[in-house]
Design a protein around this ligand. Structure first.
Ligand SMILES: [Zn+2]
Length: 470
């Protein structure tokens, strides 16, 4: 095992696979996620897309909004190479799919036409690594305070005043009624365990612990401070912050549209980087996302809208690797269900393991597109269902009414130009990776498309200070 913070393996020079002990061990083990020897295990789990229930209409989907983030740790100075600053960027990008589809039909695409069909908006934040603190504060308290300032100050779009902190309060409320306070379970200062929801409430402005009188922050709801590392890398809690910021940004767009122009939700697909799941200290938020999005789905249904259309797309990980292994066992244009049984088998978990029940607010499928690429996607269940709670209903097709439409949209987004990527994901990823430019607005570009009801009082909003560098 490498020392904490050590980059390369100390045994790297041995040539691991040639090493006798490793070779002998590999004789005893099998790779659980390897391609099955026959297609029997897979055939019964696949369905042609056109056999699935269809809700909504592909021709209605005019926009995609993709949220993606990137994170890194950088050395602060040469003199202190172990002192690291965490830096993360979250970007939202919008594509006008009508323009995009017309481009997909032409042989030579002018990159300027592509550029005109999308816009992106990004915000970034620096968070303290170990050995960095505000004067008079501990490292972990500095982390909490800085994270809270980030949530309070980061607008999810340059044309609004709604921040990620507002998104967090919305997540804990119901449609149109954000929570005004959120109950913490444990005081981060003294470790007091809350007896009930009234013990440790935090509002947007924070709160105080009744036992130690210590400061409580709204950001404490994310519990990332539990993984703050006083010595060594803080890449893990950074990644949690990035995931939380991505999911809150998507949620802000959903709530903004529901509040101002619900019709937009019928016309927009939301793509998320990674599965619709939350891990580690963020996992308790899974239930909030499940309930909040279920509530929004019911609210949309009452208005005759098939929405929200949300899909998580995985770019890497064990399931992406497995999907590549079995790609030719899934016919093109077919979706594969991943039953609990199948997941346990390929991931080497015991047969009675309940996979994903505490983390996932959507269910994972593999879709082999009509161009042949296997996509690992997560989609939302019917409101009221928990996608991995083990009942037969959530392992079937009917529990995922948006699955077919989402796959049809993903098919329509593939072009010769981006052979092995889903276009909105590729563009959002590049937006998240580029140096911060002038902050543009997804909402402004959408408002320019004459969508009924979607109007922004752009004059009322000053650009945030961190974009003034232009
Ligand atoms: Zn306390």
């Amino acid at each position: 095992m490498p020392y904490t913070g050590e980059k390369a393996s100390r045994l790297g020079h041995v040539g691991t696979v040639r090493n006798e002990a490793v070779k002998a061990a590999l004789q005893r083990w099998t790779i659980t996620s390897a391609r099955p020897s026959s297609r029997d295990a897979i055939d019964g789990l696949c369905s042609p897309l056109e056999d699935l229930p269809l809700a909504g209409n592909l021709a209605d989907i005019d926009f995609s909004i993709t949220v993606d983030g990137s994170d890194t740790e950088v050395e602060t100075t040469r003199e202190h190479p172990t002192v690291k600053v965490g830096y993360l960027r979250v970007a939202g990008s919008m594509i006008r799919l009508d323009v995009f589809r017309s481009l997909a039909r032409v042989r030579y695409i002018d990159p300027r036409d592509v550029r005109r069909s999308y816009t992106d908006y990004a915000f970034d934040v620096a968070l303290p690594g170990s050995q960095l603190a505000r004067p008079g504060m501990s490292g972990v308290d500095t982390w909490r305070a800085e994270l809270d300032a980030f949530l309070q100050n980061s607008r999810f779009d340059s044309s609004t005043t709604m921040t990620l902190a507002d998104g967090l309060l919305a997540l804990h409320g119901t449609r149109g009624t954000p929570a005004t306070r959120i109950a913490l379970r444990v005081c981060p200062n003294c470790g007091l365990k809350a007896k009930d929801e009234a013990t440790l409430p935090v509002a947007a402005t924070g709160g105080n612990c009744p036992s130690c009188n210590g400061q409580l922050y709204l950001a404490d709801v994310l519990r990332t401070h539990e993984e703050y590392n006083i010595e060594g890398s803080n890449f893990t809690p950074m990644g949690r912050v990035m995931t939380a910021a991505e999911r809150l940004m998507s949620l802000c767009y959903l709530n903004f549209f529901a509040d101002t122009a619900p019709e937009v939700l019928r016309h927009t697909i939301f793509l998320t980087d990674g599965p619709l799941a939350l891990f580690g200290p963020l996992a308790p938020l899974k239930r909030r996302f499940q309930e909040h999005l279920g509530d929004l789905t019911r609210w949309c249904a009452q208005r005759g809208l098939v929405a929200p259309l949300i899909v998580g797309i995985e770019k890497s990980g064990a399931f992406v690797e497995h999907a590549e292994q079995i790609r030719d066992l899934i016919p093109t244009g077919h979706v594969m269900r991943l039953t609990n049984d199948y997941i346990n088998r390929i991931s080497g978990r015991p047969a009675n393991n309940h996979y994903g029940v505490d983390e996932f607010y959507g269910r994972r499928f593999i879709y082999r597109t009509r161009t042949g690429d296997p996509l690992v996607i997560t989609v939302l269940p019917t409101p009221g269902l928990s996608p991995y709670d083990g009942v037969a209903e959530v392992e079937g097709w009917d529990a995922y009414p948006t699955l077919r439409l989402i796959c049809e949209v993903l098919d329509s987004l593939r072009t010769r130009m981006y052979q092995h990527a889903v276009v909105p994901v590729a563009l959002a990823h590049s937006a998240a990776a580029l140096p911060l430019g002038v902050g543009r607005s997804v909402l402004t570009m959408m408002a320019q498309q004459n969508i009924p009801g979607l109007k922004l009082d752009i004059q009322a909003v000053q650009p945030p200070a961190y974009f003034s560098k232009g």
